[in-house]
Design a protein around this ligand. Structure first.
Ligand SMILES: CSC[C@@H](O)[C@@H](O)C(=O)COP(=O)(O)O
Length: 386
């Protein structure tokens, strides 16, 4: 089966996303026709995953600019008009989710394009064309770099295992959350590494946590692995320690929402738990993320803004009613409350991300290669990598 997709586009302005809140039981494509619809889709997690939200923001921006250039060209008559129009849009898109730096990297990159095109003395129309083409690049370049990261990381892991006396095949890799085609523009980051190992005959099994409370693992990673026919095992989030005690796991591979200059990494809640346990069991812990996820303006993890989701989200699970209908179709979609009625929402802690300190990370893989810590170092120096 072909890999899943999070965003599809037709022409220069039709954008559709798969509503990830309804997966894996219902595949519903939603049209994104305005900047506000893109902002809402990102904020409410109809689309999620650091690279995918940056791609949607960029594509929605391009579609909007292209539409306005055609329908009311008089509002974009001068370079100053273009700046006045696009600046608040980029600022608004940036507010949709705070932790994933890729969104900010995309809006900053578009602002830099605007500044450069204005400084070069271009006409308003040329500036708009530059912005639209740069926005498309943000989406288009994602798949290629994911494939590079997957290869760098997959080959590196096989070598490490061989150096430690293993065969470098039948590799069992645990992942957290969802980092595949649904979280990116295609192929994925950590899930891309797992896919690469599978494609090159080096994978034993992919293990993945359910990833409560949003269940990106049991809803999305399960679906992606099933679609790609990759042998896999799901575990509950609480089972990571048991898995490491009883099974031969060769690595943990995760994505990232923001990586500080010293390598401290924010990723889906539960990643830090897995890293602590991996260190205890001497299992390599690999972060796979594009360069755009590295934020050199933040010295260490204490400066990374952590999104707290609405408390109610931690009380709910989404899925389909069980048992499914006899005709083999998906059951009716349902949202079920797990907690007692009237439980105070003030008594619920719901951070969406945690920060794994660099000293627990064995390698950070980007499209440029594999960065490791120096001998005896507890941090990375990523300034040379970006
Ligand atoms: C390639 S995706 C990397 C991260 O964005 C991913 O691991 C993650 O934490 C996603 O969180 P989400 O809250 O689902 O957007």
């Amino acid at each position: 089966m072909p890999a899943l997709t999070s965003i599809r586009t037709t022409g220069d302005s039709k954008i559709e996303i798969v509503n990830q809140l309804l997966l894996p039981h219902t595949t519903e494509f939603l049209e994104i026709n305005t900047i506000d619809e893109a902002h809402d889709a990102i904020k409410t997690m109809k689309i999620r995953g650091a690279p995918a939200i940056a791609s949607l923001a960029a594509l929605a921006f391009a579609a909007d600019l292209s539409r306005v250039s055609k329908t009311s060209p008089e509002s974009l008559a001068s370079p100053d008009d273009v700046r006045a129009y696009v600046t608040p849009i980029l600022a608004h898109l940036y507010t949709a989710r705070p932790t994933a730096v890729n969104l900010g990297a995309a809006t900053r990159r578009l602002t830099a394009t605007l500044d450069a095109s204005i400084a070069a003395g271009k006409s308003a129309k040329e500036i708009c064309n530059d912005l639209i083409s740069e926005a498309h690049k943000i989406n288009d370049e994602d798949v290629g770099r994911n494939k590079s990261m997957a290869q760098w990381g997959g080959d590196w892991l096989a070598d490490v295992v061989k150096k430690n006396g293993g065969s470098g095949t039948e590799l069992n890799v645990l992942t957290v959350c969802n980092t595949g085609s649904l979280a990116t523009s295609g192929y994925g980051t950590a899930l891309g590494l797992i896919t690469y190992l599978h494609e090159t005959g080096k994978l034993g099994k992919a293990y993945y946590t359910q990833t409560a409370p949003y269940h990106q693992g049991s809803r999305l990673t399960a679906l992606e692995l099933q679609t790609l026919d990759i042998p896999s095992v799901m575990i509950c989030d609480t089972m990571v320690g048991s898995l490491f005690q009883h099974h031969n796991i060769h690595a943990v591979a995760v994505g990232a929402d923001r990586i500080a200059k010293n390598g401290d990494t924010a990723n889906k809640i539960g990643t830090y738990n897995a890293a602590v346990l991996a260190a205890r069991h001497k299992i390599p812990f690999i972060v796979v993320a594009p360069i755009s996820t590295v934020d050199l303006s933040i010295a260490d993890g204490s400066g990374i803004p952590i999104e707290h989701r609405p408390p109610l989200e931690a009380c709910l699970v989404r899925g389909a009613v069980y048992p499914p209908p006899a005709d083999g179709g998906a059951g009716k979609q349902a949202v079920v409350m797990l907690t007692p009625p009237n439980l105070s929402l003030e008594g619920i802690y719901n951070p969406s991300f945690d920060v794994t300190p660099a000293e627990l990370i064995t390698a950070i893989v980007t499209e440029k290669g594999v960065a490791t810590r120096g001998e005896g170092e507890t941090v990375f120096d990523l300034s040379g990598v970006v």
